[in-house]
Each structure stands twice: as C-alpha cells, then as structure tokens.
Design a protein around this ligand. Sequence first.
Ligand code: PLP
Length: 455
Amino acid sequence: MVRRGCGGFALIPLCDPVRCEAAGCTAATCTGAGVASNDELFERSLAAIPGGVNSSIRAFRSVGGRPYLVARAEGALVWDVEGREYIDLVQSYGAVILGHAHPAITAAVAEAATGGTSYGAPTPREMKLAEAVAERVPSCERVRFMNSGTEATSTAVRLARGYTGRDRVVIFHGNFHGATDALLAAGGSGVATLGLPGTAGVPAGAVAETMVVPYNQVPTLDATVAAVIVEPVAANMGLVAPVPGFLEGLRAECDRVGAVLVFDEVITGFRLGAGGAQHRLGVTPDLTTFGKVIGGGLPIGAVGGRADIMETLSPLGPVFHAGTLAGNPIATAAGLAALGLLTDDVYAELERRAQRLADLLNAAFADAGVQAKVPRVGTLVGLYLGDGDTPTDFDAARTTDEVLFARLFHAMLAEGVAMAPGAYEALFVGLGHDDVVLDRLADRAHRAAMTIAAS
Ligand SMILES: *Cc1c(COP(=O)(O)O)cnc(C)c1O
C-alpha cells in the first residue's frame, strides 16, 4: 500500500503531509488528522474518472448520496479512508467468497507475483485451474480463460454462433450478462420481444438477433436460435430461483432445435457448491461462463463446456479468441487457491451463514413492521421490500420498493453495514462472516429497520 505523510495511520493510504504537519501528527502519534475525507477524495475522483467510478453502480446513483472510498478490507469488514468500519455484504459482488484478504489468497498472489506477472506464453497453472474446473463441473470438458465475466459471455455468444452457424440468441428479462453489446438488450414487460439497445452506444444491429423473453417461462424456439443464455439462479434482479421444470424445459427445447444452452454461472459458479447451479439443480448446459469466485477476487473469466463446441475456438476452429493477459499467472494462482479451499464442509458452513443472514433480516423487518421477502438459494440471499410474494420474474421483482430500499441502504450504512448500492443486488456472506460478526449485524440491521419504520 502506498502511504504518504506520516504513514502511522495504517488503514489510510492518503495522508496529506501538509495536514499531518499542521496537526502535529507523526507516525508515532498519528490520529488520522492528515487524512482527506471520503468527500474530498471522491471530488478528486470525479475530476479524473467519469462519475468517479469504474463500474457504474458504485456511484450510489440509485440510492443517492456519495460512495465511501475503501482503504482496506479483511474478512467480513471493510474500512473507508476515514477509518470507518463496515460489515461488508458486497464482498466484491461475491467474488471474494473466502472473505477479504484471506491469507491463502494473499500468499498465493505474492508467491505468483515474484515469478512474473504475465508472460504471453502458456503456464502449468492455467492447465491446473482448467483441470480443477473440469473436476468440479464435469460439463466443462474444456475450459478457456479470459479476464472478466463480460469477456466470458461475449466469447460464449460468438462461440455458439460460430458452432451452430446461426445468429439468434435468446436471453431472459432481468438476467445480467455483463457489459457486452449483444447482451445489453432491453426487453419489454412480460412478453417475448426482439431486443432494442439497452444503452446508448449499442447499435440496433448489435441486438437485432437478441430475443428477450420472460424468466421462468420456457420459450418455444426454432432453428434460427444459436444459443439460449440464462442465469440458472437469477442473482441480478434480487434473487430469483428457477421454478421446477424451467431449466429442464430449456434443456429439452435447445435439444429439440439444436441450440446451444449456456448457463451464465458468473455468480453461481463455485458459490452454490463446487459444481455450481448445474450440479445443484441437476441440469447440464452445453457451455458455462464463469467469473467472480473462480478468480479468488482477481480479474478473471472463463468459458467451459462440451469438447466439440469448445474446440470450435481458435486455434483449433474458426471462432477467434485471444487475450494478452488471459490465463494470467496471478489470477489463476488466486483461483486455484480459492477452489482448493472451497470444500463441501465450507459450502455447508456458508449456507448456514446465509440462512442466518436471511433469518436476522427477517427478524429485524418483522420487529419493525417492514414488509419484506428475503429469499435464499444455497449461499445466495436476496431482498425485496414490499408486501408481494417472492418474485419469480422481473416484472414481479420490479415491484420492490426502491425508495424504501434507498432509506434502508443509508440506515444500514449509518449503522456500519455496507450493502451493494442497488435494490436488485444480492447480499453476500463469506468465510469472514462468523457468528460474532453476524450477531453484530443482527443488532445493526434491527436498528436500521427500526429507523426506516419510524421515518
Ligand atoms: C457479474 C456478472 C457478469 C459480468 O462479469 P464481470 O466480471 O463484471 O464482467 C456476467 N454475468 C453475471 C451473471 C454476473 O453476475
């Protein structure tokens, strides 16, 4: 960590020497008086980075206010640059399932880095991580690595199109597959629609072959469809479990018309158990995309699947894929360390903690008289505010009370609990969220629920 100024306030990377001096603050007597505030640093970020952030949701636009800037994190906790501590339910959107700065990950990263950070040549570590994936997720007979979940889904689309010689892809309303043009299509409400661009900068042509259909209903396909891409458990519209028969129906419909079934397991992979959602739910896709957990908190993405489809990728086949940093030595080292630690016992413990999180939130809301639903699937937890049933599709998920969520978000933050700043994000527990942390979280959530009920 780069430290300026006195350097005594270990959590803070940005002491200002002039202020340290003015406050009479030295390494031995550091009070943090030389530190710039969140607001000052965010102001500087705004002048250097569009919106001050490198992923748009981090800007707090949907909940209002300004983000805290993280100085450091460990286990279940993050500290902002002012030294304020939060119990963290963001956990890098689930990527750091072992908790922040887990010693095994830190050691693997340090060791790998001393051997060089990128070579432009294959390494035994990539081979080992691909083998580790195939061992846990048998549908992944071959695995190709890249640098993000977004790259994984865009590669899967190109691969499915190249393999089938067809153009159309089918996606589900409320699912999220990263910032890739073909999958950034806006869907109409409740019905199957041909995609319109979901954001400026995506030409109509990029989504002209993207069909958006409602989640949890099996669409009737035809022989123009290259791929059906689905979050097998949807974790980007709160948390929506597949209804019985949905994934099985997709499997059967893809088989009927010869389309490639792609499970986007960027969130669920290595989180809902070692075998991901496909093992848990007993439906086998042709291709799977990974990100988040598979890199142990470092930038990574992967596509895995049936050998005959995967070997359509270059250099064996005609579908191009390349990446300067793909299969990166540090990311693959962290990924191997993470997968190695994620035993069945660890998953069972994480599920217990996720259930405790759901229970303590339910208790807090019930006590405060706040209507809420807290669905859980395995180690994933969602939250809907309102008196509706637990949602099964995006139209229902969207009835969550976003205004109340924003108030809850800020009440939790004031109590020292950091949730992702959006009403449609899942809540993540990791190995750092032990019973002591969860007890503290229960008290804080209770007070936050009382606060929003009173206002
Ligand atoms: C996070 C996410 C992505 C995008 O991954 P990035 O690494 O952020 O590019 C894709 N699909 C799903 C289901 C995700 O949750």
